[in-house]
Write a protein that binds this ligand. Structure first.
Ligand code: LLP
Length: 432
């Protein structure tokens, strides 16, 4: 009935997440808040992990892209589920280290890692630094040499594939700030340079072709393009790359009309190509890494707000203003992202209004959704925006000095805070 399996309605006509009444959640913790169904997150991680086992005989690693939603408890969940994490900054790495995440299973991304971040990666023996450019490669090798160690790396390659997604989040094509270009020979030169270095161990290559992709073909194509490069490296240098990281990007359902493919479909199709094409090329099937972010947490999370005022502008539109906005969800302002909005305390009623849901920030573009269908609402009603589990908390800001929202995990009828609501004191903590 709803875009996400973990969302339903109970006999009181209230929306539920993981069977927990969202109106009760709003009462207990106040609004606005983010809520996640922990079982849904774990189910998704298990499914990805199982497909690595089924399709690659366990010869691979699921690495959760923590940029989608990062906090200590999410890191612990990944650890408990036996998956690795992808971090993209010193801050995300620090969060992982703070819960003693096994560093062999940490993948460190970034197109412009700072010197201090690289030192942090080397000192903590991060399993794979995904090297983006030559400056980074050389700096990393020098840092590792100074410390007398060898650090595992993969090189990020732009396979030159158009994944037909929103242009802001398309990263595989040549005009991208991420990685080494294939077409220009830059990638091969960098690989040769890395092989010759004594303090980096080139474990393999990485590519990521975009985000919120529904089509399976670009993933399959990317995998074969990468294997061609494996073969070229072997032929020209004799060096056998052992690992292939295929990135993330699997689409989720934001609207009922969205048709994401099951993870298992993706895994089956891509693994068939990887297994058979590596055989054709005379290569050992590489160890496979995948980096799902959105597909792990996106549909497992929602945001709850309280309606403050309803402004009907005759013949123009009706604004329903809530107690959050672009500070906790900048994705509509940035990408015009679609969301389903539901009145949580009137979930059983018909959605017969067409409204614009606006936030409380001093900015006309502070909108959560325009021209969306909603139950008739009044001040005090609770609104739920669905599928906000990915890139909402993690992209939040303190614009207008509005404190960040708490994050609540629900599981088996119980709710617990995993991130507390920010306080006004915390807002001014760094001020001098
Ligand atoms: N691996 C790499 C190297 C990435 O750059 C990303 C996402 C992922 C994995 C995870 O992709 P996912 O499975 O979540 O699609 N802020 C945008 C999304 C930016 C994605 C950036 N990279 C949004 O809100 O839609």
């Amino acid at each position: 009935m709803y875009v996400s399996d973990c969302i339903s309605a109970n006999e009181r006509g209230h929306l539920t997440i993981g069977s927990y009444d969202t109106v009760e959640l709003a009462k207990k913790y106040g609004t606005p808040l983010y809520a996640y169904d922990e079982n849904e997150i774990r189910k998704n991680l298990k499914e990805f992990k199982k497909s690595i086992d089924d399709e690659y005989g366990g010869n691979g690693l699921v690495v959760y892209a923590s940029k989608a939603f990062c906090c200590k408890e999410m890191m612990r969940v990944c650890m408990q589920e036996g998956v690795g994490v992808d971090v993209v900054s010193g801050g995300e790495l620090y969060t992982a280290l703070s819960v003693d995440f096994p560093t062999e299973n940490i993948v460190f991304h970034g197109n412009n890692k700072t010197y201090d971040e690289l030192v942090m990666a080397v000192e903590n023996n991060v399993g794979r630094v995904i090297v983006d450019n030559l400056t980074e490669l050389e700096t990393l090798n020098t840092i590792a040499a100074e410390k007398g160690v060898k650090i595992g790396i993969m090189l990020r390659i732009k396979p030159g594939i158009d994944a037909h997604t929103h242009s802001f989040i398309k990263t595989g094509q040549i005009d991208s700030k991420f990685g080494f270009a294939l077409e220009t020979g830059e990638a091969l030169d960098a690989i040769k340079e890395a092989i010759a270095m004594s303090n980096v161990e080139l474990r393999g290559l990485h590519c990521h072709i975009g985000s919120q992709i529904f089509d399976l073909d670009p993933f399959e194509l990317a995998a074969t393009v990468m294997l061609d490069l494996f073969k070229q490296v072997k032929d020209e240098t004799g060096y056998e790359l052992k690992e292939l990281n295929l990135g993330g990007g699997f689409g989720i359902k934001y609207l009922k009309s969205d048709r994401p493919r099951a993870f298992s479909d993706y895994m089956r199709k891509v693994s068939a190509a990887v297994n058979s094409y590596s055989k054709d090329l005379g290569l050992e099937c590489p160890f496979i890494l995948i980096e799902p972010g959105r597909s792990v947490v996106g549909a497992a999370g929602i945001t709850l707000y309280t309606v403050g005022c309803v402004k009907d502008i005759p013949d123009v539109r009706t604004y329903v203003s809530v107690d959050g906005g672009m500070g906790d969800n900048p994705r509509y302002a940035l990408y015009q992202s679609a969301y389903e909005v539901i009145c949580a305390n009137k979930a059983g009623d018909k959605r017969e209004w067409t409204v614009t849901v606006a936030g409380k920030c001093c900015e006309s573009g502070d909108l959560i959704q325009e021209w969306t269908r909603l139950q008739p609402v009044e001040p005090g009603d609770i609104l739920a925006v669905l599928s906000t589990g990915a890139y909402n908390y993690s992209m939040a800001s303190n614009y207008n000095r509005i404190p960040r929202l708490p994050v609540i995990f629900v599981k088996n009828g119980k709710a617990r805070e995993v991130i507390k609501r920010e306080t006004y004191d915390q807002l001014i903590e760094c001020d001098i």
